[in-house]
Design a protein around this ligand. Structure first.
Ligand code: SAH
Length: 302
C-alpha cells in the first residue's frame, strides 16, 4: 500500500466549516501536503473560486497535483515554497488578500513513510529530515556541527526530552569516533544513553520519538517560520476572512494562542472560539496523527 492511502486529513469537516467558504473566494492552503484538506475545500468552492496550495516538499506537491487534477486546473494553483512567504504566494496568484488561510502544521504521514527522507526511527535511512532537501542543513550535519550544550537545549526545548543531557553527551562522545549517519545510528544511541528501565519494555512512545521530533523541528526551522507567518498574516486576509491553524506540538499551539489573544486585544482578528478544538475519540482511534491536534480559528475584523 502506498502512503497516499495512509495519510488521512485531520478534522477535515471541521476545517472546511471553520473556513466558512464563499464559492467565489480565494483561499490558501499553506501546507497542502497530499491535498486531503485541499480536495474538500475545492468541493465547496464554485467555478469562480481559487485555491492556492503551498508545500516545501516537491515530492508531495506532485501527489497533490495528481489528486486535485479532477477539480479543474483553473481552480487550483500549486506552489513549491514555504507558507510564511505570503507576499510571494499572493503575488504569483495575482491576489492581494484572500478569504481564508489554512495551516496544518508538522509532518505528513507520507513523509514518515518514505524511509529515505530520514524522518522515522522505524526505518533505517540517512539522517536527513529536511522537508525541502534543496535548503538548509540535514539532521546529519546538525548532529555533527552543533555543540553538545546546544544539542541538549534542542532536545529539551523542542522535544521535552527527559534525558536530553545524557543523549547529547553520548552523541558528542560517539561522533568523536565515527559520524552518525543513519536513523538507526541515532535511535540505537538513544537507547544506549537512557536508563534501562526506560529503554526496554516501553509502553506508549518509542524512546527515540522526542529526539527525532526535536531534530525535525530544528532542521526545518518550524517555529521560526510559524512566527514569521503570524507576524504578517493579518495583512493578507480580507475582512471577515478566516485563519485556521492545526498544530500538533505544545510550543506551536502556545505561539498561535499568544498571537490570537494579542490580535483580539488590538481589534485585528477575533477568536471564533476561545478553546482549541480537538479530535473526537473516534477520529483519534482511526487516525493517530489526530491525537495531539489543536485547532484554532480566528476571523479578520474590519
Ligand atoms: N493537510 C494536508 C497534510 C499536511 S501535512 C493533507 O490533508 O493532505 C503537513 C505538510 O506541511 C507537509 O507536507 C509538509 O511538507 C508541509 N510543510 C511543513 N512546513 C511547511 C512550510 N513552512 N511551508 C510549506 N509547507 C510546509
Amino acid at each position: 500500500m502506498t502512503g497516499i492511502f495512509i495519510h488521512r486529513p485531520v478534522l477535515v469537516r471541521e476545517v472546511v466549516e471553520a473556513l466558512k467558504i464563499q464559492p467565489d473566494g480565494s483561499y490558501i492552503d499553506g501546507t497542502v501536503g497530499a491535498g486531503g484538506h485541499a480536495s474538500q475545500i475545492l468541493e465547496s468552492l464554485g467555478d469562480g473560486g481559487r485555491l492556492l496550495g503551498i508545500d516545501r516538499d516537491r515530492e508531495i506537491l506532485e501527489i497533490a497535483s495528481t489528486r486535485l487534477e479532477s477539480y479543474g486546473k483553473h481552480r487550483f494553483f500549486l506552489l513549491h515554497g514555504s507558507y510564511e512567504n505570503l507576499e510571494q504566494i499572493c503575488k504569483s496568484a495575482g491576489v492581494e488578500r484572500v478569504e481564508g488561510i489554512l495551516l496544518d502544521l508538522g509532518v505528513s504521514s507520507l513523509q514518515l513513510d518514505h524511509a529515505e527522507r530520514g524522518f522515522s526511527f522505524l526505518k533505517d535511512a540517512p539522517l536527513d529530515m529536511r522537508m525541502n532537501p534543496e535548503e538548509g542543513r540535514s539532521a546529519q550535519e546538525v548532529l555533527a556541527q552543533t555543540s553538545q550544550k546546544e544539542l541538549e537545549k534542542i532536545f529539551r526545548n523542542l522535544g521535552e526530552e527527559l534525558f536530553s543531557g545524557r543523549i547529547a553527551r553520548v552523541i558528542a562522545e560517539t561522533r568523536r569516533q565515527h559520524p552518525l549517519r543513519t536513523t538507526k545510528d541515532l535511535s540505537d544511541l538513544i537507547l544506549q544513553a537512557i536508563p534501562r528501565r526506560f529503554s526496554s519494555g516501553y509502553q506508549r512512545l518509542h524512546p527515540a520519538t522526542r529526539v527525532f521530533q526535536a531534530l525535525r523541528i530544528f532542521v526545518n526551522r518550524e517555529l521560526e517560520r510559524l512566527e514569521i507567518f503570524l507576524n504578517k498574516v493579518p495583512d493578507f486576509l480580507s475582512e471577515g476572512g478566516r485563519l485556521v491553524i492545526l498544530s500538533y506540538h505544545s510550543l506551536e499551539d502556545r505561539l498561535v494562542k499568544t498571537y490570537f489573544v494579542d490580535w483580539e486585544r488590538k481589534g485585528v482578528l477575533k477568536r471564533v472560539t476561545k478553546k482549541p478544538m480537538v479530535a473526537s475519540e473516534e477520529e483519534k482511534e482511526k487516525n493517530p496523527r489526530s491525537r495531539s491536534v489543536k485547532m484554532r480559528v480566528a476571523e479578520r475584523m474590519a
